[in-house]
Design a protein around this ligand. Structure first.
Ligand code: RNT
Ligand code: ZN
Length: 413
């Protein structure tokens, strides 16, 4: 035990907080680590460049260019991340080995190398995302809502294929697989018809969900968005559209905290949805002025998100995934910094005297509630984090190892 922890433990105990319990709880909360931070969301299936209203900026040296490089980078980054981890894959990371096959025909064999990798490095499960961007069949910016029937069908088939692959992941990993549907569909300028694309999207989703799949193993989610680059005026998959759709069909909503109006917060949406849904999925990101997908840092909103998960005993209900991509700094460092920030936010929330705070609110002692909420901000959180890292057998300093990896591996690419 480190000496900082001794002090922290006693201080927290004086507020009625059990640090041991917090550490043990944190170890059990899985975080799904996105594969796409490693290669600037380019993918392995030949698209070459990113499109669909999302963008990476920067060209820091050492981007992973193939499956082996991505796995090596990911393995290194994962080794520096404490806690339980899952792998969040996009369909564009299919390992095709030269085979001429399009996304509507992808099958489990194209992802078998990822299962092998996930098992080798001890991941808890795999989550999956159909990739409906960076592809020639995104026609006029549309996929599942396209008026071109052959385009719409192609993407429906792609999503069905993804659900089947998800069943395979769930089977092999012995853990559920979240399939998250996000589409870039929308218009740069004022459309003449806002309803028809949504009706087509609804029809497409109905068709996708009509296949027989194991609903305990595969959790299908829909991710809404307010706008994208070049898609500023209208987004087919809006919040209201997907939330109603998910409620009606008994599927899951995925909330990406970069996807709402600037003063709307996901932390407040979590308890709203918990009143209706058994599962909620998250894409944790950090938007700076827009949905910029900056690396997650320990900032206020991430703490609020973590509080809502912890306070509502929803660590099993809220599926936490990361979604950011920074190409301007060392990509491994970006990965680790963001994952650790999420873990720190969760630990911070676990270390609050949540029952006491709630009791103050419920009994209307709001002056005292404010005073206590301010006081706990000064508690020695760092001492508990240090101890957690020690028990997880990862160093506090991850930068030195990454710097060395940069010299030995990334620098030679
Ligand atoms: C885009 C969405 C989507 C993607 C990833 C790559 O705005 O957030 O989730 O970022 O799927
Ligand atoms: Zn997202």
């Amino acid at each position: 035990m480190n000496k900082y922890y001794e002090v922290a433990k006693a201080e927290y105990a004086s507020y009625g907080v059990d640090t041991e319990r917090a550490i043990n709880a944190l170890r059990e909360i899985p975080i799904s680590v996105h594969c796409w931070q490693g290669d600037d969301v380019v993918g392995l299936d030949g698209a070459g460049r990113l499109s669909g209203g999302i963008q990476t900026t920067g060209n820091y040296a050492g981007r992973a260019r193939n499956f082996n490089e991505l796995c090596a980078d990911l393995q290194k980054a994962l080794s520096l991340m404490p806690g339980k981890k899952r792998l969040n894959l996009h369909a564009s990371y299919a390992v095709l080995n030269g085979e001429q096959v399009d996304r509507d025909k992808y099958s489990s064999k194209h992802f078998a190398p990822w299962v092998k990798f996930a098992q080798k490095v001890g991941l808890q499960g795999i989550d999956f995302n159909p990739t409906m961007f960076s592809h020639k069949n995104v026609k006029d910016g549309l996929t599942l809502s396209s008026p071109d029937e052959s385009i719409r069908r192609f993407w429906v088939e792609h999503c069905k294929a993804c659900i089947r692959i998800a069943e395979y992941f769930a089977q092999e990993m012995n853990s559920h697989c979240l399939v998250n549907i996000w589409i870039p569909d929308g218009y740069k300028d004022v459309p003449a018809d806002r309803l028809s694309p949504r009706l087509r999207l609804k029809q497409s989703l109905d068709e996708i969900l009509s296949i027989d799949y194991d609903k305990d193993k595969v959790i299908v989610a829909v991710e809404s968005k307010v706008f994208g680059i070049g898609v500023e005026s209208y987004t087919v998959g809006s919040n209201e559209f997907y939330q109603n759709y998910a409620a009606q069909k008994g599927i899951c909503c995925l909330l990406d905290n970069g996807h709402y109006h600037p003063t709307e917060v996901v932390s407040d949406k979590i308890p709203a949805l918990l009143a209706f849904y058994n599962k909620i999925a998250l894409h944790v990101t950090r938007g700076v002025r827009w949905d910029s997908d900056h690396v997650v840092l320990l900032e206020d909103e991430i703490k609020e998100i973590a509080k809502e998960i912890v306070r509502n005993n929803a660590t099993d209900k809220v599926l936490i995934g990361l979604d950011y991509f920074d190409a301007s700094i060392n990509r491994l460092s970006a990965w680790v910094t963001g994952q650790r920030a999420m873990q720190r936010a969760l630990l911070y929330a676990l270390l609050l005297p949540n029952d006491r705070l709630r009791a103050l609110q419920e009994s209307g002692r709001l002056t005292e509630l404010m005073v206590l909420q301010e006081a706990v901000k000064d508690l020695p959180f760092g001492g508990v984090w240090k101890e957690y890292l020690r028990r997880e057998a990862v160093q506090e300093d991850y930068f030195s190892e990454i710097e060395q990896y940069e010299k030995e591996v990334l620098g030679k690419r």
